[in-house]
Every structure is written in structure tokens, then in C-alpha cells.
Design a protein around this ligand. Structure first.
Ligand SMILES: [Zn+2]
Length: 280
């Protein structure tokens, strides 16, 4: 078990209900993040329903004396629910929020905590780090986020970086019980005739992209200044599951750049979140 859970879980939960979600606060949230402002009116309505439900179901805790305001909780909720706008378009908000029903607590730290890396301990708890700890999630447990990273998500979208979407992409990946870069795929995904075949297609394409990306990262490190670095965070080369999470964050905050940098990866992620589009 990790230290922050034991020592910093002390601030009373901050809850906001859908009924109390003020329009001005919602509009401010949308304009703070360009990838939210770019949604269509229908998608914004859907996101508001999802974020309202998310705030009803989750409890926010501030660590190190951080006071979690409604605006902060809503900023997290809106970004966390963005993938759900596309994942379950026909269902109710409550049904879509089932993707995240394995936990209740969200812990916000004022800033980053530790150097980024990933280890899985003997209890099966997966810890994620960047240079400093910006986010972390546990299977069936809470999500930890650095508020400074969350607040900066509008500016960092140019780099494809979004800590909230990253951690919730892991939650989506984990819905089938395994954090391996393959989320639960819908029936008939990419023309498949069975779940096993869908998974095989996904894994084949993901690993192809992962291998290509890792080669580019290694080449850029080996021939520093002579070989162009890939656009996505090189942390994605850590493992297929991190590659999936980084790809999902890039897809939602800067899809055009992901498309130009890694079209095959963009189209794979797109096939999952927008299966109604023609497969490419
Ligand atoms: Zn991660």
C-alpha cells in the first residue's frame, strides 16, 4: 500500500449534485479546456449529464491541505467523462458511468509527487509515475491526480498530455480485468466474428504501433538531435498498457496532431471510441 493513502486522506469529501451544477461554472469549465470547447452542442449536453452523474457518485479529497472547490471537482469530472461521451452514446449517463463504478475516491494533490515510473507490487497494485508523480490509479481503488497538471490541461493539450484522461483510460482498459492495453471490445469490432478474434485484431494492431513507436523513441535517444522525436510522450514506450493510455489522452485532446504523427494509432483508438465510423 502506498503512503499517501494512509497519511493524506483527511479532507472531507467535496460533493456537487447535478441539480446544483451552475450554468456559469459549466461554461467556464468548457472554455478552460479547448478540447471540451470544441465539442458539438449535443456532445456538450451529453458531457454535462455525465459529469453531473460523476460528481454525484464520486468523493473528492484534497491532500496536503488542498481545498477542493466545486470548480476543481468539475474540471476533473468533465475530463474524466470525455471518453464516455463517445463510448456509450446510446445509453443513459448512469449506464455509461458504469465504466468507472469500481471506485469512489479521487485524491487531488497540489502538484506532482514523485518521479514517474511504473511498478506492480506483490498485491497487484499498479503505480504510475512520470518525472514526478502526476497521476495514479488502482484496480478497484481510488484515482490520484496532481491538481497543477489537471489545471494546466488546456495548455498541455498541444503536447497531447492529459493526466485525467490517462488515468481513466487505465480504468477503461481494466474493465475486462486485465491492464494490457486492450479494453473490452464491442461485438463485431472491426468486422470480427467473436470476442477472441476482436481481441486478436486489436492486439496485433496495437503491438505493431507500439513496436514502431518504441523504435522511434530509441532512435531519438540514441541519435539525439539527428532523429526527430515522436510527438507523443516517450513514456508510452514503457508498456502496451501505458501506450494505450497515452494514445487515448492524445486522441481526446489533440486528435489532429495524433493523426498526423501516428495515423494507424489514431485510427485504432478511433475505431474503439467511434465504432460507427468506417474502419480504416
Ligand atoms: Zn499510466
Amino acid at each position: 500500500m502506498i503512503g499517501w493513502l494512509r497519511s493524506k486522506f483527511y479532507r472531507a469529501a467535496a460533493r456537487t449534485t447535478a441539480e446544483r451544477l451552475p450554468d456559469e461554472l459549466w461554461q467556464t469549465t468548457l472554455t478552460s479546456y479547448p478540447f471540451l470547447a470544441a465539442l458539438t452542442p449535443n456532445q456538450k449536453t451529453r458531457l454535462r449529464d455525465l459529469a453531473s452523474g460523476f460528481l454525484r457518485e464520486k468523493e473528492f479529497h484534497g491532500a496536503d491541505g488542498l481545498l477542493v472547490t466545486d470548480a476543481m471537482a468539475l474540471a476533473v469530472a468533465a475530463q474524466a467523462c470525455l471518453p464516455l461521451v463517445f463510448l456509450a452514446p446510446a445509453g443513459t449517463a448512469r449506464a455509461a458511468l458504469g465504466w468507472y463504478d469500481d471506485f469512489v475516491g479521487i485524491v487531488l494533490h497540489p502538484g506532482e509527487v514523485l518521479a514517474r515510473r511504473e511498478v506492480t507490487d506483490e498485491d497487484g497494485v499498479v503505480h504510475h509515475y512520470r518525472e514526478a508523480l502526476s497521476g495514479e490509479m488502482m484496480d478497484g481503488g481510488p484515482v490520484m491526480l496532481s491538481w497543477s497538471d489537471v489545471a494546466d490541461a488546456g495548455a498541455s493539450a498541444v503536447h497531447g498530455y492529459n493526466v485525467v484522461i490517462h488515468e481513466f483510460a487505465h480504468k477503461i482498459d481494466l474493465r475486462d480485468g486485465e491492464i494490457d492495453g486492450c479494453p473490452p471490445l464491442p461485438p463485431g469490432f472491426l468486422g470480427s466474428s467473436s470476442h477472441a478474434q476482436a481481441r486478436k485484431i486489436w492486439m496485433s494492431r496495437l503491438h505493431q504501433e507500439f513496436s514502431s513507436f518504441s523504435d522511434r523513441v530509441i532512435a531519438a535517444q540514441r541519435f539525439e538531435g539527428l532523429v526527430e522525436e515522436p510527438w507523443m510522450d516517450p513514456y508510452a514506450a514503457e508498456s502496451p498498457s501505458e501506450f494505450f493510455a497515452v494514445a487515448v489522452e492524445a486522441y481526446f485532446v489533440n486528435p489532429a496532431r495524433l493523426m498526423s504523427d501516428s495515423p494507424g494509432l489514431h485510427n485504432l483508438v478511433d475505431a474503439f471510441f467511434r465504432p460507427q465510423r468506417p474502419a480504416t
